[in-house]
Design a protein around this ligand. Structure first.
Ligand SMILES: Nc1ncnc2c1ncn2[C@@H]1O[C@H](COP(=O)(O)OP(=O)(O)OP(=O)(O)O)[C@@H](O)[C@H]1O
Length: 266
């Protein structure tokens, strides 16, 4: 994929993503994660194919693509005069065109997603009067309520506090499993990827450099080579956790702690 003359992604072949599984798309800044997601969503020029049940979504009409995919961009939802409930209900209705008015099932679906994302108390509040993290949760609620086959989420936790980060990714994983969604989640917090993802794809400099189960892919060597940190994956409380000792100033210089600058020490 290119922006003008600049090639941003090399020919990337993502082996089939499984329905009901959560795939985290990780990698450093400017690796090409958002570009890949936008390409899959049909929002950036891409020459490839996006196959769903044998049908090339990249070539299907925009309305059909919008019906089957929900895409949440990295930017927070814009300010709007709508109330929270109204905004999420409009997303549900937009995903099911041809239905004149909201059915009881639509209202129930909105109530349910608001509760899962801790938004019930804000249901009547105007979007304009929300904090950044609250607005981000409304955006996620809008994506989930569309009940798509493919869910594309670009850093949906970037503005969230710890409680809501874990709660949101847990909801994303539960919905993915319960509804058999194909979910691609861009996330910077590698511990969230380790904890929740069924699979990780690692992008680096526009190339897919690793693909597999999080525990198998994320290791000391990858942390040094791709993220330029001296870190290790330890089992804190029985859960794999990345612990960062320092930053590696020179790329590809190895993972040894002596070659890294320790950070956070007094
Ligand atoms: N609209 C654009 N026009 C030109 N270049 C762009 C555009 N959007 C992104 N790029 C460039 O494409 C490359 C990949 O950007 P992209 O946003 O896909 O990275 P990313 O992995 O999502 O990064 P981040 O983690 O910082 O969000 C970067 O070098 C960026 O500068």
């Amino acid at each position: 994929m290119r922006y003008g003359q600049r090639r941003v992604l090399d020919d990337i072949r993502v082996p089939a993503l499984t329905a009901g599984s959560l795939t985290a798309l990780i990698g450093p800044n400017a690796a090409g994660k958002s570009t890949l997601l936008r390409g899959v969503a049909g929002l950036a020029p891409a020459s490839g194919r996006v196959l769903l049940d044998g049908e090339d979504l990249a070539r299907s009409p925009q309305a059909e693509r919008a019906r089957r995919m929900a895409y949440l961009p990295q930017t927070l939802p814009g300010r709007s005069r709508l109330g929270v409930f109204e905004a999420v209900l409009s997303a549900a209705m937009a995903a099911r065109p041809g239905r004149g008015h909201a059915a009881a099932a639509d209202l129930h679906a909105v109530d349910a997603v608001l509760a899962r994302l801790d938004l019930t108390a804000l249901a009547d509040r105007g979007i304009d009067a929300l904090s950044g993290g609250q607005r981000q949760r409304v955006g996620l609620a809008q994506a989930l309520v569309r009940d798509p086959a493919v869910l594309l989420l670009d850093e949906p936790t970037s503005a969230l506090d710890l409680h809501h980060q874990y709660r949101a990714v847990d909801v994303i994983r539960r919905e993915t499993r319960a509804r058999g969604l194909i979910t691609l989640l861009v996330v910077h917090d590698i511990n969230l990827a380790l904890r929740f993802a069924d699979r990780v794809l690692v992008l680096h400099d526009g190339r897919l450099v690793a693909d597999g189960k999080p525990g198998a892919v994320i290791d000391r060597e990858l942390l040094a080579r791709v993220y330029r940190v001296d870190g290790e994956v330890t089992g804190i409380g029985g859960r794999p956790t990345v612990l960062v000792h320092g930053v590696v100033r020179r790329p590809h210089s190895g993972a040894g702690r002596r070659e890294a600058d320790a950070i956070g020490n007094p």
